[in-house]
Design a protein around this ligand. Structure first.
Ligand SMILES: [Zn+2]
Length: 111
């Protein structure tokens, strides 16, 4: 939260707080980057196994990815905002969690 206090003592405290928050955000960013990297490696490993076990080709995977991207783009273009199952506020229909109250939205779909 930004505070605008012109007292020199509080300005120093604000700077310390801002530095601490920035360092925490950087740490969280690094953690997320590590998780994304791990998921990329896991996905590649799963694809290699799947390709070897089924004989699927990279071209088929690319076509599948293209179809999924198109499906999501079409859904996003015509989707209306959903409503949180708990607080009833409007949230993106794709949201897994309400940004207002944090309630996990029940979905019966796989992805
Ligand atoms: Zn909610």
């Amino acid at each position: 939260m930004l505070r605008f206090n012109i007292s020199p003592v509080n300005r120093k405290e604000d700077l310390v707080t801002a530095k601490s928050q920035a360092m925490q955000a950087m740490s969280e960013h690094e953690k997320l980057a590590d998780e994304v990297h791990h998921l990329k490696l896991l996905l590649e490993s799963v694809w290699i196994l799947l390709r070897e076990k089924t004989g699927l080709s990279d071209e088929e995977l690319k076509a599948g990815l293209k179809a999924v991207k198109l499906k999501h783009a079409e859904a996003a273009a015509k989707s209306e905002p959903g409503k949180c199952i708990s607080c009833g506020k409007a949230i993106a229909s794709e949201s897994a969690r309400c940004v207002f109250c944090g309630t996990v939205q029940e979905k019966d779909r796989l992805f």
